[in-house]
Design a protein around this ligand. Structure first.
Ligand code: AMP
Ligand code: ZN
Length: 464
């Protein structure tokens, strides 16, 4: 099948041809782990999960590498750690914040039916040169300085944006405009207003690493240049994220990676999802329309949230509404009823063609409605095809009976809470506190959750 993707850099929809068909490589910027992810954050996770599934289908599961980083060094994390764990040494407090948030994030996106990426590197593990020789931030910064693209000033290392003739190509911002338009007083130590930080000094009470430029910490953008190079090489196939990352984050990633490696591009396709707003307004805490994935999962099944996200093409803005969620739930009720327990058929060409057209999930859903109508009219092949398409897309993860029962109780299960309880139970079992582990199992059972223990760990499912 032919796959066409829209590339933000060249501003065109082009046929996707991987650099190496046996090693198709995609990088997507992941979460900064200091708080619950909101439903807007779920959009890139779901969109690029669909692309990952499609790439695996086309090129073979073993031939696709999907990297999504975890940003576990950030001033927002430090602030949260100091606020929530004032009694602990900062390092421990930070670890608590990042580990808890990472666990919540995984529970949330698992509930949304997203596959785990091939690798999820943590930024803090790529700051200093590594024993395994994989790319790291300090080495990249040294290369940038050596090649004349970065300079030290006032204890910081900055990228010199004038050292790169086509800086600004992704976002379409010309350097001259930025220079002319800079109304804010330029930090005295910067050569140009658009120069950005690669490394900054850390105060004694901030996390820091010993580097050639003193004890400090990396800027945000350099993380992704290091982790993408570590797992995908200097040039790879697809780089993704939300629209807001085009500038400055992706622009600066491109500058760093290309200048450090001396390559004409960093990635061949730059893909960006549009923004999500809620009931016609920008989502914000002050407007009271801010929703975490976790909160929504208490009221809506993960599959409903996933489906609702895919009804809109990924480059369009989404207006997230209760009405839309109710419609999505009804559609899934119907599809579960028609095909929930059907044996698998195959994924029809029309479904793949829709996705092959720059991930046109909206068109794909129209195709699925057509297949559903055939199935409903008694066509058994259509029934199997609907079931296998939906399963392949991360739906029909429950039996038809489970789904219907869930509809009766009307509420989903708080997956983060389940995971936290499972972790507590694992700890209790390790400590041979079997009374406590039994108590937790009963608490979960009361929530409608059944545990399954195996050598690999504990998994759970909704009670039938
Ligand atoms: P952040 O934690 O803000 O860096 O965001 C993580 C990811 O979520 C990035 O890819 C953002 O572009 C994306 N994102 C954040 N807010 C929204 C939103 N309202 N709609 C769609 N994507 C978003
Ligand atoms: Zn990034």
């Amino acid at each position: 099948m032919e796959l066409k993707l829209y590339d933000t850099l060249t501003r065109e929809k082009r046929v996707f041809t991987p650099i190496d068909r046996s090693r198709v490589r995609m990088y997507v910027c992941g979460p900064t782990v200091y708080d619950f992810a909101h439903i807007g954050n779920a959009r890139p996770v779901i969109v690029f999960d669909v692309l990952y599934r499609l790439l695996r289908h086309v090129y073979g599961e073993a031939n696709v590498t999907y990297v999504r980083n975890i940003t576990d060094v950030d001033d927002k994390i430090n602030a949260r750690a100091a606020r929530d764990f004032p009694g602990l040494p900062l390092n421990e407090a930070i670890r608590k914040v990042t580990e808890t948030t990472e666990r919540q994030f995984h529970a949330d996106v698992d509930a949304l039916g997203c596959l785990r990426p091939t690798v999820e590197p943590r930024a803090t593990e790529f700051v200093l040169p590594r024993a395994d020789g994989k790319a790291d931030m300090v080495t990249l910064i040294r290369q940038l300085i050596a090649r004349g693209h970065a300079y030290e000033a006032n204890g910081e290392v900055l990228f010199d944006t004038t050292s790169m003739p086509d800086y600004g190509a992704l976002s379409g911002r010309k350097l001259e405009d930025q220079l002319a338009g800079a109304r804010v007083a330029v930090d005295a130590h910067k050569k140009n207003p658009s120069d950005f930080v690669l490394w900054k000094q850390s105060a004694a009470d901030e996390p820091g690493w010993d580097s050639p430029w003193g004890r400090g910490r990396p800027g945000w953008h350099i993380e992704c240049s290091a982790m993408s190079a570590a797992y995908l090489g200097d040039v790879f196939d697809i780089h993704g994220g939300g629209l807001d990352l085009i500038f400055p984050h992706h622009e600066n990633e491109i500058a760093q990676s290309r200048c450090a490696h001396g390559t004409p591009v960093m990635a061949n396709f730059w893909m960006h999802n549009g923004f999500l707003q809620v009931e016609g307004e920008k989502m914000s805490k002050s407007l009271g329309n801010f929703f975490t994935i976790n909160e929504l999962l208490a009221d809506w099944p993960g599959e409903v949230l996933r489906f609702n996200m895919l009804r809109t093409h990924y480059r369009q803005p989404i207006d997230w509404t209760v009405k839309g969620l109710e419609e999505s739930w009804k559609t899934l009720d119907d599809w579960y009823w028609v095909a929930g327990d059907a044996a698998g058929g195959s994924v029809p060409a029309a479904v793949l063609e829709a996705l092959g057209d720059d991930l046109n999930t909206h068109q794909m859903i129209t195709v699925l409605h057509g297949i559903r109508n055939l199935a409903q009219a008694g066509n058994n092949k259509a029934r199997g095809d609907l079931a296998s398409s939906l399963r392949w897309l991360g739906f029909l993860r429950e039996s038809a009976a489970q789904w219907a029962a869930r509809r009766q109780t009307g509420a989903g299960i708080d997956t983060a809470k389940v995971q936290a309880l499972i972790d507590a139970r694992t700890a209790a079992r390790a400590a041979k506190d079997f009374a406590e582990s039994d108590r937790i199992r009963d608490e979960l059972a009361a929530m409608g959750v059944v545990l399954k223990d195996s050598k690999g760990g504990t998994t759970w499912e909704v009670a039938r």
